[in-house]
Design a protein around this ligand. Structure first.
Ligand SMILES: Nc1ncnc2c1ncn2[C@@H]1O[C@H](COP(=O)(O)OP(=O)(O)O)[C@@H](O)[C@H]1O
Ligand SMILES: [Mg+2]
Length: 172
């Protein structure tokens, strides 16, 4: 599989990237967002939500409640596993219903609940760009064929939007 690696240089660019990604998402899709505190996971979720007709101001990390639900063109289920003490707590959320359901699920710190993720999902790793304060490196790693196609389409769009991006082979 190939990853798509995109550089952004401001929160606004990460928002725009999320908006572009949203166009290719469908109900039932899941996204696992990986990255340190302050990397920009929630900013990317705001962009995705905005692309689905949701006011980004409504989007905040569900750090304590574990899940926020937003209603847009399709429902968006926004999870944050950071404060989860036991992975079993996840089961009490009825997470399976969400992941199987009619909405799009985005999970911050999804690696902490990896066994509960569906077999196919899009992993997004966000890292700070050391040399630039507001620079971020956003890597889209598709798990499964469908998301391979999604990042292919996203790449075409990035080209027109003047983002700097590249594809890279990965081990999965
Ligand atoms: N290129 C960028 N992309 C996203 N956020 C950025 C960028 N540059 C600076 N920031 C700032 O980094 C912070 C990211 O916060 P947030 O999205 O809440 O992080 P996380 O959810 O990963 O903990 C915000 O304050 C945002 O303004
Ligand atoms: Mg967050």
């Amino acid at each position: 599989m190939k990853s798509l690696i995109v550089s952004t240089y401001s929160p606004e660019e990460t928002l725009a990237l999320g908006r572009m990604l949203a166009r290719w998402l469908e109900p039932g899709d899941a996204i696992n967002l990986v990255g340190d505190l302050g990397a920009g996971k929630t900013v990317l979720v705001k962009g995705i939500a905005s692309g689905l007709g949701i006011d980004p101001a409504l989007v905040t990390s569900p750090t304590f409640s574990l899940i926020h639900e937003y209603t847009g063109d399709v429902p968006v289920f926004h999870f944050d596993a950071y404060r989860l003490k036991h992975p079993e707590e996840w089961e009490n959320l009825g997470y399976e219903e969400y992941l199987r359901g009619s909405g799009i699920s985005v999970v911050e710190w999804g690696d902490l609940v990896e066994p509960y993720l569906p077999s196919e999902y899009l992993e997004v790793q966000i890292k700070r760009e050391e040399a630039q304060r507001d620079g971020r490196i956003v890597e889209f790693r598709p798990m499964g064929q469908r998301f391979q196609r999604v990042i292919q389409e996203l790449g075409k769009e990035l080209q027109h939007a003047d983002f700097s991006y590249r594809y890279c082979d990965n081990d999965r």
